[in-house]
Design a protein around this ligand. Structure first.
Ligand SMILES: [Zn+2]
Ligand SMILES: [Zn+2]
Length: 377
């Protein structure tokens, strides 16, 4: 079981004020409303228990001398965060406004706004996933007042005018006689408290504008339009309110070599006519490094070689798509005299007869081939 001082991250000689500050900072991060999750909830309980003990001078003295809370028991009786009601008061202040006022007046504390930013990544990052550094313009808890909105050393005070209720009663004459109506108090804007000395750094808002650099984990398999939600990474709230969420929308850059279709990748590979006729092997640079491809003798333009599992990683389950290599047989261009002679000789040997530069159609010729392709219709 860890030491209460370590739990709060303060020294053994910390002042009450330091302990309170450390606790509020942790509570703001770990509170179940802000950070839903079993780990955070467990940590929140520990932190709150530590605060309950260390913020009470008598309990702290017992703890300091005996190393546990009541001199005998090392257990956690009722370690819930509403345990003694003492720390609960502070939670209330941290989340629902200062001064300990519980009058039902609305709180000035507001949750921060959610934010959305676009992030461009390369196709390779979508294939394998990546860590990306991003910059966000956001709002952070004011470091001077720690979100309290008050100049250090001062605190909100109950409004004199409404007595903390946030409402003022007024007598209004009507046809039914004199009736009482209530309206929000103009002095405290209905909050029930006033801040006599607003913090200079944040002008009493409890937060400041800031540019933050974050490293986000982009999972493999994302595509353009995929949104990643980062809980509690949005703007800090007003008056120490919880942070909003940050949404990162992915845009995948078009790649000059590979085209993505679902989780498959497509690439076109040009093969010289002679190589396609005779067969060969070629090297292809893929995201998984150099791959050797076998081009069978008699390969036709448009044939596809499939490299299984070299496509994009599936976002939701195991495995990857395929890499499909579209072969493009290149007909020679700008042939010189000697090459032309050879090609004519080849045509002659293959009984591909030309008359006056026109290809004579024969039974096994072009039309038959076309019929085959159209499925013998
Ligand atoms: Zn401030
Ligand atoms: Zn008031």
């Amino acid at each position: 079981m860890s030491n209460h001082y370590e739990v709060l991250g303060v020294s053994q000689g910390a002042t009450g004020e330091e302990i309170k500050k450390a606790y509020r900072k942790l509570a703001r991060r770990l509170h179940p409303d802000v950070n839903p999750g079993d780990d955070a909830a467990e940590e929140f309980k520990l932190v709150t228990r530590a605060y309950e003990v260390l913020s009470d001078p008598q309990k702290r003295r017992v703890y300091d001398t005996t190393g546990n809370e009541n001199g005998t028991d090392t257990g956690y009786p009722g370690a819930g965060y509403s345990g003694s009601g003492f720390a609960f008061q502070d939670i209330f202040e941290t989340f629902f406004g200062g001064g300990g006022q519980q009058s039902g007046a609305p709180s000035r504390v507001r949750r921060g706004q959610d934010a959305l930013i676009n992030v461009r990544i390369d196709l390779k990052d979508a294939v394998f996933g990546a860590n990306k550094k991003i910059e966000v313009d956001t709002a952070e808890v004011c470091p001077t007042c720690d979100g309290s909105c008050c100049q250090p050393g001062t605190s909100p005070r109950t409004c004199d005018i409404c007595g903390g209720s946030g409402q003022v009663q007024r007598a209004v004459r009507s046809i039914l006689g004199q009736v009482m109506t209530s309206a929000p108090c103009g002095t405290c804007q209905g909050y029930g408290t006033v801040i006599p000395s607003p913090c200079h750094e944040c002008s009493g808002e409890g937060r400041i504008r800031a540019r933050r650099t974050l490293t986000i984990k982009v999972p493999a398999g994302v595509g353009t339009g995929t949104r990643i939600q980062l809980s509690g990474q949005g703007e800090a709230g007003i008056a120490g309110g919880p942070q909003g969420d940050l949404y990162v929308e992915i845009r995948v850059n078009t790649d000059s070599t590979f085209l993505r279709d679902g989780d498959d990748l497509h690439v076109t590979l040009s093969v010289p006519m002679t190589a396609a006729a005779l067969g060969t092997s070629v090297h292809l640079d893929t995201y998984d490094g150099d791959q050797e491809l076998t081009i069978k003798p008699g390969t036709q333009s448009g044939e596809i070689l499939t490299l299984r599992g070299l496509g994009v990683t599936h976002l939701r389950n195991q495995g990857r798509g395929d890499l499909r290599v579209h072969l493009n047989v290149e007909t020679p261009r700008n042939v010189d005299h000697q090459q032309e002679e050879l090609l004519r000789k080849l045509a002659e040997l293959r009984n591909e007869e030309y008359t006056d530069g026109q290809l004579a159609s024969s039974g096994s010729g072009v039309f038959a081939r076309l019929r085959e392709r159209l499925g013998n219709r």
